[in-house]
Design a protein around this ligand. Structure first.
Ligand SMILES: [Zn+2]
Length: 278
């Protein structure tokens, strides 16, 4: 995170002081997927008092999102379709399987856990003051200013799960959807929160904020690593036809919905099925 923040792209996005740190270009990897992986192994950059505090805030939100994702698996009833080994039932975060049917079920659960985390994290982030917040900012500026760090942290986590360009042929060869598909789904979920007024975003332009956060992240990865070839997958993920991802995954959601509903711990309603069970 320190290396992403020490780039012109991130400093511009967050209006950080330009002299916070200089960019150190370190080219590792044949494309930005490999380069982003290698970035996490490099030592942290000192960003000064303000930059370091902001960096810790971003890291906290990334961890919070991950923890809430795991809590989501438990409270949303996912153990109903978990794997039982030696008397204990698990939802495994890495369970390599070549069974397409099994993977579709797993991906439905992953998307649900992501949405659970997103709902809480968006609300938490909107309620939090952070060190870069200016006094006298308008209501709309405060909302966007609080969303930007969350968007950047959440996208930076999901971006790290992609190791190659998006390939629709292999979409269900894994128990988790590609990171870019998860990014796209969560940005769309935020638009739904806005249109259904689940959350009051004031006049914030979520499409612009989400798009800018994703572009900033890609530019920051390139600037921090010096690697430009093959940017992220978000754009192709946004344009995946419904029949290719949403329909199979949400039809599976509809199929397992009664089982999940029967053992869920959450007092909230599960998202109602939008497709016929399959
Ligand atoms: Zn998960």
């Amino acid at each position: 995170m320190s290396r992403l923040l020490a780039t012109p792209a991130a400093r511009e996005f967050f209006a950080l002081e330009p002299e916070l740190a200089s960019v150190s270009e370190v080219a590792h990897g044949e494309n930005t997927f490999a380069a982003y992986d290698s970035l996490s192994l490099l030592p942290r950059i000192d960003l000064g008092d303000v930059g370091n505090e902001f960096r810790r805030y971003l890291e906290f939100m990334a961890s919070e999102w991950l923890v809430l994702h795991e809590i989501g698996h438990i409270v949303q009833g996912h153990l109903a379709v978990g794997r039982t080994v030696n008397g204990l039932t698990y939802i495994l975060e890495q369970d390599p399987s070549v069974d397409r049917d099994y993977n579709i079920t797993s991906q439905a659960l992953e998307v649900d856990a992501d949405c659970f985390a997103n709902l809480f994290c968006v609300q938490y982030s909107l309620g939090r003051h952070h060190i870069l917040e200016r006094d006298g900012a308008s209501h709309d500026e405060v909302v966007v200013g609080r969303l930007k760090p969350y968007l950047f942290s959440m996208l930076s986590v999901l971006r790290s799960f992609d190791h190659s360009p998006l390939n629709l042929e292999t979409l269900f060869d894994s128990d988790h959807p590609p990171g870019c598909v998860r990014m796209s789904y969560l940005l769309a979920q935020m638009l739904t929160m806005q249109s259904e007024t689940t959350i009051d975003f004031k006049g914030a332009n979520l499409v612009e904020a989400g798009g800018l956060a994703a572009i900033t992240l890609e530019r920051a990865i390139s600037q921090a690593t010096g690697v430009n070839s093959q940017g992220g997958n978000l754009l192709p993920a946004v344009s995946i036809p419904d029949e290719v991802f949403r329909k199979p995954v949400l039809s599976r959601w509809a199929k397992i919905y009664p089982e999940l509903n029967a053992i869920k711990l959450s007092p909230f309603k599960l998202a109602p099925p939008q497709y016929e069970p399959a």
